[in-house]
Design a protein around this ligand. Structure first.
Ligand code: ZN
Length: 350
């Protein structure tokens, strides 16, 4: 079903990164193949060739999947898959690498190559590869990487993209693996490790993914407050910090306030989080509160797996969530007194 928020996300910032993220972050998934293909494309964009045969594609594709199968988590919602069975046999040493790759190129891409660019039932206007499986006059069947994929690789954000695919993959797996209906999975944040976790049926804690990678897809690698570039690995740019929008110190006034809930977590640059003019234990302005509300509404209206967590934490109706934020704000300013805004902001990108 078409979804206004997702469509707006694409229209507002029609960058290559936005299109890529719409492929990775949106959409109900019945198998994890899209993530395996996404990671493979990012790897292959380092190669000088534009034509990638199915045989060549089989190596990174099956390797990425096998890495996840080894983690013991479900990779599909269907009962059986001949291709996944072959991956498992490869792990057990029952088939060799050549047999694995042959099976992968025969069975692994049946749906995923067609489906990759479909978002909300419609193909996005940018393609990261073209399908050359049916081209006549060629001996090899495969895909051709487009200029857009190579341009994506040149963007500042490209170092974050594999982490985002991985994060989304892990969130989807967690829901399937725990056999929790998507509408029941709840995700919490652990201050010490920086990890999002959930609880299984015996209430044992299960780490899901890093909070940074999970939140970055929405923020497009920008600080939530000042829109400067932040990096979720430490190689380029200021490292992203997980920031409590309503400051963490409020926990001492009310342990029940769920300050560590995903609804209250954003990624911020170090300056905004705890620099000289940083937010520290101040309460963000109502303009920023509006931004937080928009972010939460957005994650809920997309098929992001954090959606269910946010609904449980904030309510299903937009008005209920708005009221909750308003009440939280009134309560917070009573205790912390001071408002905060960043000294300066770059152009808004979300
Ligand atoms: Zn900042």
């Amino acid at each position: 079903m078409p979804n206004d928020t997702q469509a707006r996300f694409i229209e507002q910032v029609p960058t290559l990164e936005s299109y890529w993220r719409s492929v990775i972050l949106f959409g109900a998934n019945v198998a994890s193949y899209k993530f395996a293909l996404g990671k493979s494309l990012l790897e292959l964009s380092n190669s000088p060739d534009t034509f990638i045969s199915l045989e060549q594609l089989s190596e990174p594709f099956s390797r990425n999947l096998i890495n996840h199968i080894k983690g013991g988590r479900k990779q599909t919602t269907s009962r059986s898959s001949r291709f996944l069975d072959a991956c498992k046999k490869s792990i057990e040493g029952e088939i060799n690498q050549d047999e694995l790759l042959a099976t992968t190129s025969k069975l692994g891409f049946v749906n995923v190559i067609d489906a990759f660019h479909i978002v909300n039932g419609t193909e996005i206007p940018t393609r990261f590869f073209t399908d050359e499986r049916k081209s006549s006059g060629k001996s090899a069947k495969g895909i051709r990487l487009t200029d857009e994929l190579f341009q994506l690789k040149e963007t500042f954000q490209s170092i974050n993209l594999p982490h985002e695919v991985e994060s989304r993959w892990q969130l989807v797996e967690a829901a399937w693996d725990l056999n929790i209906a998507r509408n029941l999975i709840t995700i919490s944040y652990d201050d010490d490790s920086g990890l999002l976790f959930t609880k299984d049926r015996s209430l044992k804690r299960v780490d899901v993914t890093s909070a940074q990678a999970a939140l970055n897809g929405y923020q497009k690698g920008k600080c939530f407050y000042c829109f400067r570039d932040i990096a979720i690995d430490n190689h380029i740019g200021a490292p992203a910090e997980v920031d409590h929008f309503f400051p963490h110190t409020l926990k001492q006034y009310s342990p029940a306030a769920n300050i560590n809930g995903v609804w209250n977590l954003v990624l911020a640059c170090q300056n905004c989080n705890r620099g000289v003019a940083g937010k520290s234990a101040l309460v963000p302005s109502s303009r920023l509160l509006e931004r937080l509300n928009r972010r939460n509404d957005y994650l809920i209206s997309s098929n992001h797996p954090l959606r269910e967590t946010l609904i449980l934490q904030m309510g299903a109706l937009p008005q209920a969530r708005r009221t909750l934020l308003q009440n939280m704000d009134s309560w917070a300013i009573e205790r912390l007194i001071h408002r905060w805004e960043p000294n300066d902001e770059l152009e808004a990108v979300f």
